[in-house]
Design a protein around this ligand. Structure first.
Ligand SMILES: *Cc1c(COP(=O)(O)O)cnc(C)c1O
Length: 385
C-alpha cells in the first residue's frame, strides 16, 4: 500500500478547539431562554416514539434558534416549540445552497445524567464550515449553549435503551430574500433533536461498500472539508449507483488521480493491517475531518498502536486485502459510530472482509466512553444535564 505523505498526525485545529474548557451547561443554557411549547407530545406519544427508534424520523418538542443579520450580528437566541419554518421562497438557501450543518449526540448515562461528546470540536467545525460557505460564525460557547438549552428542555427525549441517544442536528441557512448572487445578509441557525437507535439497525453488521469511479464527492478547492448539504446533494447519485450494485454505502476516490480512497458519503474510513498498524486517509482538503476519526486516532495512539494518515491507493488496498496484509476496514462517524466494512465492490473488482477484533474493540471503547461505562481519560465528555 502506498504511504506517500505519511505523517505522524499532529493535533488539528479542531482537536485543539475541542480541548478548550467550557462553562457549565446550566450557565450556558441561559443564553438560549426557553419559550415552552404548549403542545408537547403526551407521555404516551413520547414513550411510543422512544420504544421504536429509527433514525431521524421523530423530533422532540422544541428547537433552538438564533437569527443573524449583516447589520446587527447575532440576536434572538431562544429555544422555541418545534414547528415548520416560514421563509420567503426567495430565501437564498433555496437557490444557491448556502447551508451548513453538524451532527452530535446526547447520551444518557446509567445514573440518568445526560452528556455529549466533544462539543467544542463540532463548534469549531461548524465555524470552519461557515467560513467556507460565507455564513456568519457562531461563537463556540453559543453553539454549546444552544445544545445545552435544547437538551435540558427536552431531557425526557433522551432515550435510555442501550446504544440509543438523542441525535442533535444543528444547521444554518442563508435566509435573506434576495436572488442576487452574493453571500446572504441574513442567516438563521437552528438545532433540532431526534431520538435514535443504532444507525444501521440492531446488530453491528458489516456493510458492503461500492467504490464509485463515475462520480466524486468533492474536488480540490471545493467544499469537501466543510459539512454542507451541497456535498450530500452531490453524493446522492453515487449512493443510487451503490444501491443498484447491492451496496449500502458508497466510497469516493480523490478527484485528481481517481486512485486514492477518500471517504464514504458521510463517514471516514480506517484500514487495519495484519501487523496491527492502522491507516486512515490523510486530510487532503477534500475529506471531512470527522470528530470520530480524530477520537479514534487519539484512542489508538494512547494504546500504543501505530496510526498513520496517508494516501491509500485503491489498487494496493485491494491487493493487500486479497493477500491478507489488510485484515479489517471500518467506517466511522457520529451517527453510526464504528461500522465494519464487509466488502469493497467496484466495476471490475470485489474483495470481502470480516468484521474483526480491532473494529469491535474501538466500537466498545468509544461507545463505552460515550455511555459512561468506560473511564473518559481524554476529557471528551461534557455534561449537559
Ligand atoms: C459528518 C461527516 C463525517 C463524520 O464526522 P463525525 O464528526 O465523526 O460525525 C465524515 N464524512 C463526512 C462527509 C461527513 O459529513
Amino acid at each position: 500500500m502506498s504511504a506517500n505523505h505519511a505523517a505522524t498526525p499532529e493535533v488539528s485545529a479542531l482537536a485543539q478547539a475541542a480541548a478548550q474548557p467550557l462553562a457549565p451547561a446550566a450557565e450556558l443554557a441561559k443564553r438560549f431562554p426557553l419559550s415552552a411549547s404548549d403542545h408537547r407530545a403526551s407521555d404516551t406519544q413520547r414513550q411510543q416514539a422512544l420504544d421504536e427508534l429509527r433514525f431521524g424520523t421523530v423530533f422532540s418538542d422544541h428547537m433552538a434558534h438564533a437569527h443573524w443579520s449583516y447589520e446587527a450580528g447575532w440576536s434572538q437566541r431562544e429555544v422555541v416549540p418545534f414547528a415548520p419554518l416560514t421563509l420567503s421562497p426567495a430565501a437564498a438557501v433555496f437557490h444557491y445552497g448556502q447551508e451548513v450543518f453538524e451532527g452530535i449526540k446526547a447520551y444518557r448515562h446509567e445514573d440518568g445524567s445526560i452528556w455529549t461528546f466533544r462539543p467544542g470540536y463540532n463548534a469549531a467545525r461548524l465555524a470552519a464550515s461557515c467560513r467556507r460557505l460565507c455564513l456568519p460564525e457562531l461563537e463556540h460557547e453559543d453553539f454549546v449553549a444552544s445544545i445545552a438549552s435544547l437538551v435540558r428542555a427536552d431531557n425526557q427525549w433522551v432515550p435510555s435503551k442501550p446504544g440509543s441517544s438523542l441525535y442533535l442536528r444543528p444547521f444554518m441557512i442563508a435566509s435573506e430574500a434576495f436572488l442576487g448572487v452574493r453571500s446572504s445578509h441574513e442567516a438563521d441557525y437552528y438545532v433540532i433533536a431526534s431520538p435514535v437507535g443504532p444507525y444501521f439497525g440492531d446488530k453491528v453488521q458489516a456493510v458492503d461498500i461500492w467504490v464509485t469511479t463515475s462520480y466524486h464527492r468533492a474536488g480540490v478547492g471545493g467544499t469537501g472539508a466543510a459539512k454542507c448539504g451541497g456535498n450530500y446533494a452531490a453524493s446522492l447519485i453515487a449512493q443510487e449507483e451503490a444501491y443498484a450494485n447491492g451496496c449500502k454505502q458508497v466510497c469516493f476516490l480523490d478527484d485528481v488521480t481517481a486512485s486514492h480512497i477518500e471517504e464514504l458519503g458521510g463517514m471516514n474510513v480506517f484500514v487495519v493491517r495484519a501487523d496491527g498498524s492502522v491507516v486512515t486517509p490523510r486530510l487532503s482538503g477534500t475529506i471531512l475531518e470527522g470528530c470520530t476519526r480524530s477520537a479514534i486516532i487519539e484512542l489508538l495512539k494512547s494504546e500504543g498502536t501505530s496510526v498513520s494518515e496517508a494516501d491509500l491507493t485503491l489498487s494496493a488496498l485491494l491487493d493487500d486485502v486479497r493477500s491478507g496484509k489488510v485484515t479489517e476496514i471500518f467506517a466511522c462517524g457520529t451517527a453510526a459510530v464504528v461500522t465494519p466494512i464487509g466488502a469493497l465492490k467496484g466495476k471490475d473488482f470485489e474483495v470481502r472482509l470480516e468484521a474483526g477484533p480491532v473494529t469491535s474493540h474501538i466500537h466498545q471503547r468509544l461507545t463505552g466512553i460515550q455511555f459512561g461505562k468506560v473511564e473518559d481519560e481524554f476529557g471528551w465528555m461534557y455534561r449537559l444535564a
